[in-house]
Design a protein around this ligand. Sequence first.
Ligand code: SF4
Ligand code: SF3
Length: 547
Amino acid sequence: MFCFQCQETAKGTGCTIKGVCGKTDEVANMQDLLIYVTKGVSVFANLARQKGVENAKVNQFVFDSLFITITNANFDYDAIVEKVKQGLKIREEIKNEFLKAGGKLPEKLHGCATWTSDSIEEFERKSKLIGVLSIENEDIRSLKELVTYGLKGMAAYAEHAFNLGYNNNEIFAFMQRALVATTEEKSVDELVALVLECGKFGVDTMALLDKANTSTYGNPEITEVNIGVRNNPGILISGHDLKDLEELLEQTKGTGVDVYTHSEMLPGHYYPAFKKYENFVGNYGNAWWKQRDEFETFNGPVLFTTNCIVPPLDKATYTDRIYTTGASGLGGAKHIPARQDGKTKDFSEIIKHAKKCKAPVEIETGKIIGGFAHNQVIALADKVVEAVKTGAIRKFFVMAGCDGRMKSREYYTEFASKLPKDTVILTAGCAKYRYNKLQLGDINGIPRVLDAGQCNDSYSLAVIALTLKDVFKVDSVNDLPIAYNIAWYEQKAVIVLLALLYLGVKNIHLGPTLPGFLSPNVAKVLVENFGISGIGTVDEDMKLFLS
Ligand code: SF4
Ligand code: SF3
């Protein structure tokens, strides 16, 4: 195996024996094969599209497969093998549709469009030959992988929007065109342009998901979320999918089973539509990487709707309480099947399981506050603008992104606590758990940590910046008193970053380490054109940001 797609990649350069995330060699290789086959499907989907054929099943296969290979989403070898088989079938289907529409096969086709097999031995043999390192030139490899990781993040957001009935064929067409581009000979300049285009479609996808979420569940509003527990048995729901949350709440209503959110599902509490559920009790625990402790004490079943899963240790007592659904998967865990023919998912087994479990052990008490997505912040705009004009707010710090296990991430807690009292943190994603319980106070009633929601709600932060740009009548978002100190971990953060670059945001600080997949030359391009940099010590950075 070779994988360097996330921030925790071994030695900052690549996981080669086993993933730091827990992905085995076999799973990593099979995910590579799935990406390879997905590129093959995209080859024919692109050709077919030129003949006017748009195939919804193909589009769904492509975004779902990309999503499955995101860090910490799916560790289930058998599920990934099944997906590869499905891909080979779908590739044949779309190829035939292309031929039926009068298409003529190109003389030369990439191996991803022609390789086929039905033997697992051949799957495994092939999977070792087509990975990241099969691209020799390190700059080309770096850019092609940067595009691929951006697409993975985009796919995740597209899937959530799709689950709520929101689609955009232009996004699907871009995804497939970009996947095919990674199989073609391209110059560095062409690939840099593709990276930026990926950012453009990242903005579109996040805007689509924002529309899907807010049209379906209302605009997030200021909410105090309980972090303590009640005495009933509970189900802990993690990941990002709000449709799953809705169906779980509907099915647990009146059963005596409480529902708690974990990690990235916390912002579920901010939506008006979910406030009517009396059994939607609060948020339990912290960011994803603390799950090995927090799932022990939770006592009840845990439902993963997406990443981030940490495979349980052998001694864990909660392994049989894990359920997965959607793109997520874990060998040995029960997977709740997708919706069929417009029906809801069936969570009855989890609910039955919960009824046999003890109530959660209380690990924290009190409340955290959030719900500062664009609509809510813009409703407060007068107050915010006033505070900036009078100098009560000196600067905003966008500290969105991901959390992770590395000790170096303590930087973000220290940074947040050392920020002067006249600054405000804008956050989204699980990065917030590094400072959302610090009691940083407020400025004239505006909390100093404004949580917009999940990582995809980083879109809200962009909308807020663009609104402030108009209010303050400045030419560029870079003229606003906003600094960017972003933490990244997986590929959703990659698409958020590319989206910000596309919107013209400069001088983003990215930490705790720069991506291992950036070759020195590609890193140089990002530094020279966008002013991207890493982080230093808290004190040095604080001086730099406030100077
Ligand atoms: Fe390593 Fe990250 Fe890849 Fe997992 S996802 S194998 S930790 S680089
Ligand atoms: Fe977190 Fe995985 Fe990225 Fe969605 S849940 S921000 S790391």
